[in-house]
Design a protein around this ligand. Structure first.
Ligand SMILES: Cc1cc2nc3c(=O)[nH]c(=O)nc-3n(C[C@H](O)[C@H](O)[C@H](O)COP(=O)(O)OP(=O)(O)OC[C@H]3O[C@@H](n4cnc5c(N)ncnc54)[C@H](O)[C@@H]3O)c2cc1C
Length: 392
């Protein structure tokens, strides 16, 4: 049996690795258009192994994140990859955020997040001396990792097990040939018995090539980061998050210690004018037209334009970005922030304009398509791989 996987991000590689374990007789090939592994979302994220606080109990995000973080911790320990349980606090900045904070506590408890507790009196300052708020939760098992290194280790596992990772292979067409799928790149065709699409920011386009529905379509949201100047990195010991706006699947600008010792502040969520556009100046007219023509996008824009405008303001004006972060780390000054590389999230949007909250994974004959895999999909990668391979 020949099995193809499109995408050498953390999900495609985790799926390929799992396939080599459960189907040692199969020939597994991972294909990616870029010249390196983890070129897109996997290489541009916050590097946080999420413990499962926020997700609706019973959802794929909740179950696969809880299983995934355990598997990821074990994997990193086995492979000698960094996995630092620095812990995280979620801070309510006002009385209005208390009820949403309690909802996070209820969800985290239902999801079985270990060690979660409310911080009382001066406890927030004991854990994070520079954070401030009216109430906070502490998750001691939330960790930081190096996701590109994890993805490279998965790729090594695939190769050692006899699989192949082919870079520079851009899939431009898919064709059915009886029960099989023909994968077409410029000048080359490969035939597979089964195919898994983990194409991240291009997942709707590649799913469409396989004959799947055009929606949910991907709307790209750029997430911009700043880095604390090294002499101010002691403002943060681990991870400090605000209470997220429950209307959105994004967690809000937060402080993230990285495995290299630096501290990032971000990401915001600004509509990206190119699917793989990491700079504000990156614009691809084709991507923009494709987005604005979507009925789902237009409905979403009508509903959320105020938030959109405020995100663009926070993106354009560094002081506004800093003010947001200062609302729970008051000593932060605008000049403490130095620009850092951005990421772009693949966020699926349904035709009714709603942002797809849960992971969405479908099947169409011999093809399994991962259509929505935003955060915490990197944390959940080994569990998502089990789920996908079961469906295959
Ligand atoms: C700003 C940001 C912060 C985040 N923070 C976290 C976090 O802290 N913790 C967490 O768990 N998750 C986080 N995430 C989410 C996480 O990064 C993603 O869920 C995860 O990386 C998705 O992996 P993937 O393999 O599906 O996608 P990707 O890593 O984007 O990989 C998809 C691959 O498909 C390839 N591809 C696309 N089209 C084709 C084609 N036609 N032919 C061949 N190859 C193709 C691309 O080149 C790419 O390499 C964050 C994401 C972002 C953007």
């Amino acid at each position: 049996m020949r099995i193809g996987v499109i995408g050498a991000g953390i999900l495609g590689l985790a799926v390929a690795r799992r396939l080599t374990q459960v189907r040692p007789d199969a020939r597994v090939t991972v294909l990616d258009k870029e010249d390196r592994i983890a070129a897109h979302q996997t290489g541009h994220n916050s590097g946080v192994a999420h413990a499962g606080l926020y997700y609706a109990p019973g959802s794929l995000k909740a179950t696969l994140c809880r299983r995934g973080i355990g598997l990821l911790k074990e994997y990193c320990q086995d492979r000698g990859l960094p996995y630092l349980e620095c812990g995280k606090v979620v801070v309510a900045r006002s009385i209005a955020e208390l009820e949403p904070l309690l909802e996070i506590e209820r969800r985290a408890t239902a999801n079985g997040v270990p060690g979660l507790r409310r911080l009382r009196g001066g406890e927030l300052r004991e854990i994070e001396p520079h954070a401030a708020g009216v109430a906070a939760l502490h998750s001691p098992t939330t960790a930081i990792v190096d996701f590109p290194a994890v993805a490279r280790a998965y790729a090594d596992d695939v190769r050692v097990a006899g699989g192949e990772v082919r870079l520079g292979f851009e899939v431009t067409r898919l064709r059915r040939a009886g029960e099989r799928v023909v994968v077409v790149a410029p000048g080359e065709e490969l035939v597979f018995d089964r195919l898994v699409v983990c194409a991240g920011l291009q997942s709707d386009r590649v799913a469409r090539l396989a004959g799947d529905a055009p929606e949910p379509a991907i709307v790209p949201f750029r997430g911009e980061y700043y880095r604390l100047r090294p002499e101010r990195a002691d403002l943060v010991r681990g991870l400090i998050y605000p209470v997220p706006d429950p209307r959105y699947p994004f967690l809000g600008v937060h402080f993230t210690r990285r495995v290299d010792g630096g501290v990032d502040v971000g990401p915001n969520a600004v509509l990206a004018l190119a699917r793989e556009g990491y700079r504000r100046s990156d614009v691809r007219a084709g991507d923009v037209w494709e987005t604005v023509r979507l009925p789902g996008f237009r409905r979403m824009a009508r509903r959320h334009w105020r938030t959109g405008v405020s995100e663009v303001y926070g993106s354009a004006v560094k002081a506004a970005f800093a003010a947001r972060a200062r609302s729970f780390v008051p000593e932060l000054a605008t000049h403490d922030l130095a620009p850092a590389p951005a990421g772009v999230r693949a966020q699926a949007v349904d035709p009714d304009g709603s942002l797809v909250d849960d992971f969405r994974i479908g099947r169409l004959g011999p093809v399994v398509t991962v259509r929505n895999a935003p955060s915490p999909a990197a944390t959940s990668s080994l569990a998502i791989a089990e789920y996908v391979v079961d469906r295959l």
